[in-house]
Design a protein around this ligand. Structure first.
Ligand code: FAD
Length: 509
């Protein structure tokens, strides 16, 4: 599989590593806009539980990461001079820069290609040239922005202001929250150790307090001087430091809470902060980025079924495809009849032949009688799923989907009117309808059944007019999808398939 990862932060690098670990033959490239050693921020916190998950996924990088961790067990809250400690949490901190350096090293070792200083403004050309594109390009993801109508991000810019600083004061016994009452209101800090001599020190306050201090008009050094004064009794004479010198102005920012209605579109998947952000007070953004990277790699691996693999259960297929039990049973019965699957009592249904473009519609043959039977068998399997796909597409299609389907339809009509036939264009139209279901399994199942067949036989029975009568019903199907009329979309699909069936019967005589 050819995979492009947009963004070389924790999510992108760890996904690339996880893909290579599952199959070294995957061709994985990470595109990062910065240079290898440019990064922002200080340390990040991961829980002991996350470290266990990382160890299960890749023991090698987990050992490297653990070697550089600062560990502690407690959370301490200092409020009005009173320190309250809660114990038994199991945290560890690591410098963000060090984490990225280790992940880059591991990725290279596994054969991932790392391409730096490449700013990806639009993912579309990568989607065309790769099987899978993972957008791990952070909070302000441009890839997410390119399909804003599909992903429907909900970005809530929180009101508090914060600045990400560091210090050499020790906070190595607890994840420490310090609340200080000032002449302008409350100001608080989130402090945690991430290597032997440095701790992250995030300072936060509400908008009004921030305005009253005049932080917006200050340089970074002026802001730091004020923060050092506010937290003087907790800093033990140590300075606060910035490493955001590349940011012009004060470096105070607001936290954007990002949620997306969808996380994938066609062969593009959002990951890490691009898909959803987690506030730094719960120290989970990197945890989520790393764990979801491993989970997506697992999913991709599981989706590629090999012969001998057990298929998902009826219930799982119903949920994944959003179709009824009878549709699944019908399709499974047909697959079994075709020798593609086998049901083993008490154990489940197993794949006997790999589901690939070359095998799903077996038997393949050049003999007319067998060709007829092969086409009819495929058609029987297709009918239920294809009718369901049209209904789902009518319900879920977006404005973008309609544009794509219509474009394919116009092309199909143009070629058909010019030449009297339009096989590949017809296929492209139907694939666009399957994509509008936003359920990749429809394209996988139906696309494979159709593509291989149509590649093999340009014109079944050597007849240019095969299925020609179904031509006008394609626009009717499109109109039904535009009108969100699922029942009509189903009816038009069945009509098209009925004509195909009649032609198979008639032309094979
Ligand atoms: C103040 C603060 C403190 C935090 N503390 C913690 C903590 O203690 N624990 C924790 O788990 N998390 C913490 N986080 C969150 C954590 O930093 C993020 O959740 C995590 O980095 C997300 O990883 P990511 O790979 O998705 O995105 P990022 O780390 O943002 O990486 C995205 C990458 O994509 C690159 N990129 C962006 N746009 C493009 C483009 N157009 N083309 C090519 N490359 C591009 C960027 O340069 C970057 O390298 C904190 C965040 C903040 C702001």
């Amino acid at each position: 599989m050819k995979v492009a990862v947009l963004g070389g932060g924790p999510a992108g690098l760890y996904f690339a590593i996880s893909m290579k670990l599952r199959d070294a033959a995957h061709e994985v490239t990470v595109f990062e806009r910065n240079r290898a050693d440019d990064t922002f921020g200080w340390g990040v916190v991961l829980s002991a539980e996350t470290l266990d998950n990382l160890t299960r996924n890749d023991p090698v990088s987990a050992v490297w990461i653990k070697k550089h961790f600062a560990y502690w067990d407690d959370i301490a809250v200092i409020h009005d001079g009173v320190r309250t400690v809660s114990t038994g949490h199991g945290f560890c901190g690591i410098g963000r820069k060090r984490l990225l350096t280790l992940l880059q090293r591991r990725a290279r070792e596994l054969g991932v290609k790392l391409v730096f200083e490449t700013d990806i403004a639009d993912p579309k050309s990568y989607m065309e040239s790769h099987d899978l594109v993972v957008a791990a390009d952070g909070l302000n993801s441009k890839a997410r922005g390119a399909f804003v109508d599909v992903f429907k991000p909900d970005i809530d810019t929180r009101k508090c202001k914060f600045v990400w600083l560091g210090t050499q004061q020790k906070f190595d016994d607890a994840f420490t929250f310090v609340f200080e009452k000032t002449e302008h209101g409350w100001v608080w800090a989130h402090a945690y150790q991430f290597d032997s001599d440095t701790a992250t020190f995030i300072v936060e306050c509400n908008e009004q307090t921030w305005e009253r201090f005049g932080f917006g008009a200050m340089s970074q050094q002026e802001s730091i001087a004020v923060c050092e004064r506010i937290f003087a009794k907790h800093l033990g004479g140590h300075a606060l430091m910035t490493n955001a010198n590349h940011i012009r102005g004060s470096a105070w920012i607001n936290f954007p809470r990002v949620l997306c209605e969808r996380w994938s579109y066609k062969n593009l998947a959002l990951m890490g902060d691009a898909a959803a952000s987690a506030h730094f007070s719960i120290g989970s953004g990197t945890k989520l980025a790393l764990e979801s990277a491993a989970a997506l790699a697992d999913y991709v691996e599981r989706a590629a079924l090999k012969s001998g693999d057990r298929l998902p259960t009826e219930r799982e297929l119903m949920a994944a495809l959003s179709v009824g039990r009878s549709t699944i049973r019908e399709a499974m019965g047909r697959f079994e009849a075709l020798g593609v699957t086998e049901t083993r009592k008490g154990s489940g249904t197993y794949l006997l032949k790999p589901i690939s473009a070359g095998t799903i519609h077996l038997p393949l043959s050049l003999n007319t009688a067998e060709l007829r039977d092969g086409l009819l068998h495929t058609l029987e399997v297709r009918r239920g799923i294809e009718a369901e796909a049209s209904m789902v597409a009518a319900r879920r299609r977006t404005a973008d989907d309609l544009r794509t389907i219509e474009q394919k339809l116009i092309e199909m009509e143009r070629v058909h009117l010019a030449t009297g036939t339009s096989g590949p264009e017809d296929l492209a139209f139907h694939l666009a309808v399957y994509d509008a279901t936003h359920n990749p399994l429809f394209r996988q199942l139906l696309g494979q059944m159709r593509e291989a067949f149509e590649r093999f036989w340009d014109h079944p029975f050597d007849r240019q007019d095969f299925a020609r009568r179904s031509f006008p019903h394609h626009r009717e199907l499109f109109d039904a999808i535009v009108a969100r009329d699922a029942e009509l979309a189903r009816e038009k699909t069945l009509k098209i398939l009925e004509i195909v069936e009649e032609d198979i019967e008639e032309m094979s005589k």
